[in-house]
Design a protein around this ligand. Structure first.
Ligand code: FES
Length: 152
């Protein structure tokens, strides 16, 4: 199938590379938007390492997801300047309302919430990014509206 083929191509492109696991995982994530469960044993066999090792790396780095992201990805800045503007409380409340944890995706697949560490909007924090659009000066209401729109 095409997934196996794409994976095969990725593995072929990384032959002979030193420390190939991370670059391979990045390429797989880029191609499929997540690390498909079926890819783990193929990658492990190819690199002659254990599946648990591959799985461990996938779960250690939050850049990698083992399920596809939601249709919209909301990244909320948790770096210092935004924290000073009260983003933590705001984000915790919003996550609780959605019944989600950081990196979680709503059951209907509409929205994934990710933390991010500085969006370059420090002067107008708290800041978030919905897909490719930046939003500054968040208030609890504004964040709620953004999340409601993303979940719609
Ligand atoms: Fe949040 Fe820089 S600290 S945008």
């Amino acid at each position: 199938d095409t997934q196996a083929e794409a994976l095969h191509n990725i593995l072929a492109q990384h032959v002979g590379l030193e420390g190939p696991l991370l670059p391979i995982l990045h390429a797989v994530q880029e191609e499929f938007d997540h690390i498909p469960a079926a890819a783990v044993p193929v990658i492990a066999d190819h690199l002659n390492i254990g599946r648990a090792e591959v799985h461990g790396v996938v779960s250690f780095y939050h850049d990698f997801r083992d399920l596809p992201a939601g249709r919209h990805v909301v990244k909320i800045c948790r770096a210092e300047a935004c924290q000073a503007m009260g983003v933590n409380q705001m984000a915790d409340d919003a996550l609780q309302k959605l019944g989600l944890e950081w990196h979680g995706t709503s059951k209907d697949g509409a929205v994934t919430i990710e933390p991010v560490y500085c969006l370059g909007l420090c002067a107008s924090g708290p800041a978030a990014m919905v897909d490719d659009t930046l939003h500054g000066r968040l208030t609890a209401e504004k964040l709620e509206t953004l999340l409601a729109e993303a979940s719609a």
